[in-house]
Design a protein around this ligand. Structure first.
Ligand code: FAD
Length: 392
């Protein structure tokens, strides 16, 4: 029969890989995608939804285009991998055989990462770091804040998905509050000493949201934090604060199926840069946030870029088609305020050891308004492009 590829996870990495393998092999490879949700809500641009620049429906994408493109879409959870038998078990019963397995399950949270918080507290104190209902919940809580209330964020330690994500979120929350609740305050407890695009964000916060945002980094005790979801308090370096919203973004690890497949080492799954194959098993590939790959940040752009390299390599291995040298790229855009967009990005290549950065760029402080607007417009084009590339 035809060679079989099973892809676990229909997000930035998995949807792209499934679509490219099906499309480029023109039916020569049997491709099955396992994904529990019927609509994928992007985390990318979810901060713009918090800020009021997007509607929730703008973020949702269905799998109909992938099915039409020849991918066998199975809406279920993968619950285990038998590497001897080369099968993937499904929560709904039964199992699927594979010749090559691609895992792109995104992230899960490290247990006990923030004192006082666990998954049972995610309604009182949402993470909104997986797309969909959590994002909507955080927005509802933001809109329900009392006049002059306090929005707290507990920021995550490195490495985590979307390095500028928490700080774009702070900007978008501030944008919303400035218009709707201007005496409200934002406090950020951060276990890091510095963060992505820090000078750009801090310049923007001073320009647009003066006095609203109190960022407490590691040097000021930001890493010494606990929360009480019942009392709605946050304790930072011994000081207890009553808060109205508390966005807890805990430390992250690879989506659990990677661990169940036995391809993780610590929190993440080490891969070979040339084809994203697992260092533990050459017939399993790990993409996106779950992978420990080298210099690329964990982003949707990165996952999509890695998926194309992987799809080309898997197709080559299964059908003998030409394999091109691995090249990767990434850009992370962030919106600070209306038409005030900034970006950071780089190109990468595969070395023996890792995905290694070749060249990079970053927006500068003090840029002209028209350049910032052009950067924001570029991000709109990227969103349309990547979602079409993922879902057809
Ligand atoms: P995901 O896209 O999360 O996909 C994983 C999928 O796997 C999910 O659909 C899940 O349901 C499924 N899954 C998990 N376990 C199983 C299982 N056992 N069986 C079956 N399916 C399973 N990136 C950017 O490039 N640009 C941005 O502007 C940007 N902004 C962001 C803002 C925020 C607030 C956040 C949180 C993230 C942002 N990101 C951004 C990061 C981006 O969302 C992730 O890096 C990207 O989604 C990673 O792709 P992935 O394929 O690894 O995981």
């Amino acid at each position: 029969g035809k060679p079989r590829v099973v892809v676990v996870g229909g997000g930035a990495g998995g949807a792209t890989a499934a679509r490219y393998i099906a499309k480029d092999s023109k039916g020569a490879i049997d491709v099955t995608l396992i994904e529990p949700t019927r609509m994928y809500y992007t985390c990318f641009f979810s901060n713009l939804y918090l800020g009021g620049f997007k509607e929730i429906d703008d973020l949702g994408h269905s799998y109909g285009g992938l099915a039409a493109g020849g991918v066998n879409v199975v809406h279920d959870w993968a619950t285990g991998v038998d590497r001897e038998a080369k099968t993937v078990a499904l929560a709904g019963g039964g199992s699927l055989p594979y010749d090559k397995l691609i895992l792109s399950p995104g992230i899960d949270f490290v247990d006990g990462a923030v004192e006082g918080w666990d998954l049972s507290a995610q309604n009182a104190m949402p993470h909104a770091y997986k797309g969909g209902s959590q994002t909507e919940l955080l927005k509802a809580q933001l809109m329900a804040m009392p006049e002059g209330g306090t929005f707290a964020m507990v920021a995550p330690p490195n490495p985590y998905r979307c390095p500028p994500g928490p700080y774009e979120r702070v900007s978008m929350v501030a944008h919303y509050l400035k218009a709707n609740n201007p005496t409200a305050k934002i406090i950020v407890a951060d276990p890091k000493e510095k963060f992505s695009k820090q000078s750009l964000f801090q310049e923007g916060w001073a320009n647009h949201y003066e006095g609203m945002i109190d960022w407490i980094g590691a040097d000021f005790g930001g890493g010494n934090v606990s929360v009480d979801p019942n009392a709605m308090t946050v304790t930072i370096d011994g000081e207890v604060t009553n808060v109205d919203v508390c966005n807890v973004i805990p430390a992250m690890k690879a989506g659990r199926i990677a661990e169940l497949a036995g391809v993780t080492d610590g929190n993440w799954a080490p891969v070979n840069a040339a084809d994203m194959s697992s260092k533990a098993d050459g017939d399993i590939h790990v993409l996106g946030d779950a992978a420990h790959q080298g210099d690329m940040p964990k982003s949707g752009y990165s996952a999509n870029s890695q998926a194309k390299v992987c799809a080309n390599a898997v197709r080559g291995a299964l059908t003998g088609s030409k394999i091109f040298p691995a090249k990767f790229s990434n850009t992370c855009w962030s919106l600070i305020d209306t038409n005030d967009g900034v970006k950071v990005g780089a190109t990468y290549e595969a070395t023996e050891e890792k995905i290694a950065k070749v060249d990079g760029f970053i927006s500068a402080t003090g840029e002209a308004a028209d350049l910032r607007r052009a950067t924001y417009e570029e991000s709109e084009g990227w969103y349309a492009g990547i979602t079409a590339d993922m879902f057809g």
